[in-house]
Ligand binder design. Sequence first.
Ligand SMILES: [Zn+2]
Length: 329
Amino acid sequence: MAFKDIIGNDRIKRILRKTLQKKKIPNSLLFSGPEGVGMKDMALVMAKAMNCQQKKDDACEVCASCRAINSRNFPDVMELSPIGDVIRIDQMRILKQTAYFRPMVAKKKVFIVEEAEKMTDEASNSLLKILEEPPHFSHIILITQNPYMIIPTIKSRCQVLTFSRVPRENIEKVLTEKGYEEEKAKIISLLVRGNLKQAISLEWEEIQARRRQTWQFFLSLIKEEKTSHFLKNFSSTRAVAKEELSKVLEILSSFCRDLILIKEKGDVHLLLNPDYEEEIKKTEKLLSLELSMNFLTKIEYALYALGKNLNINLLVSSIFSSLVEWRYA
Ligand SMILES: [Zn+2]
């Protein structure tokens, strides 16, 4: 994988390549962004580009260094991730010891720390010492989805690069190139909200089941029926609640948008759920246009709140109660 193989985040690629061209690579980088947007891939490409024997600002993928890094068989690139729930002080000690020795075979040593927010306080303090006086040949790339959990003294010593979600069109394109039918690619790209990794790994049957379930939920919400069954199912899986909830909300939003499109006599080719056209038409009379718009606003706000990464347990219950009570809130 080279820079061109990473979908999206072109701005970050440009910044990184410029540091390579100018030979001004920061000793510490912090990649921050949502899940599935290729932060780890970007870190590995960067590690290859720093050590590539043929290219100055990219990975050639054929030289000995690029190939060794690809097969995770390169002594000067080290990857660190949490053991259990935390990155421990002893892991950081090893990093620290290694960071001060000159590279064995490479030009640059690269340390990639995944889920960096999971460093214990001791591990953070130990890392801080390296960041304060980094050996010129060592580079540390921290990766996190939760930058606010990284202590400010670490953050201030890193160049922070904030990744964006992968645009929907790009995900759709990747999926059609992989052989997905257009309609499937469209539906999947809509659901994953910029998470390319997830788009590639989702099972179509699983998606269909979730859509059916959410359609029932949508119906019960607009008909003001009991939603307790759905909610009960949901609250038993709190651990995965955030992921799940964002998918449910994304599907709800798409059904609501389609309902509005039908009510406004829009072009049915623009439906986000073309396979639900008949069913959506049947519900058309249940809600006025104004209420449909209000409902959509509620769902969109819930998605926004979810993206802000607040306390997930509180959020799940408040989102559901606001959806259930949406008409009166
Ligand atoms: Zn190379």
